[in-house]
Design a protein around this ligand. Sequence first.
Ligand code: SAH
Ligand code: DHB
Ligand code: MG
Length: 218
Amino acid sequence: MSTVPTQVTAELFRYLIEHSTPEDPFLRQVREAALAAELPAIWISPEQAVFMGILLQISGARKVLEIGTLGGYSAIAMAQAMGPQGHVDTLEIEPTHATFAREWISKGNFESRIEVHLGAALDTLPGLAGKAPYDAVFIDADKGNYASYLDRTLDMVKDGGLVMVDNAFAFGRILEAQTTTDDVWAIRAFNDLMAREKRVTSQIVPVADGLWVGVKHS
Ligand code: SAH
Ligand code: DHB
Ligand code: MG
């Protein structure tokens, strides 16, 4: 057995996508409506939704904390994966995004299972401390605050809980030598921090734009 990794070329990546469980029909409706409403098309990909759903199911998660709702695509995907016993608290700063998400949460009859908290996550997180411990956290909002989000949410996730953080590949620009933006620099700094973080055993999984997957321990 070789330890040389198989390079995930664009073609191989496409093959992976084509061989993932297809997108749920309701999620597809949400995605198409979000496109029509001209929300930024930065929700998780269908294959990432499948992967995160698998992680939630095998970990038996029932309570998830999400930072960055956008149109509710990932929140709905996670709620679907957990089933009727699951609950997602999701944090969003943009009123238009929160309104769109709430509309589709309602259309899908997820009102009792997904709660959108409007406001800057660093302001709304303290109000959720009483709901801790969460079984899993998904960080996918403003990149400059990732380090703060990790620090705050680690206190709110149970020991053995699942930690997921989006965009570890910084929109594909993580290794770019020049013309990088503040967000790319922020993700670089965050990735270095995450790799050193003693409270989490973690790794970047090459799905979509790179997903940090970790388990919190004491
Ligand atoms: N997880 C979503 C995509 C999130 S995109 C999905 O896959 O469907 C990132 C979201 O974070 C955007 O909607 C943006 O408005 C929101 N955001 C940015 N800064 C924020 C902040 N300080 N607090 C809460 N949400 C924030
Ligand atoms: C961007 C943000 C995301 O969370 C993402 O998954 C893709 C792109 C962005 O800000 O461009
Ligand atoms: Mg993202």
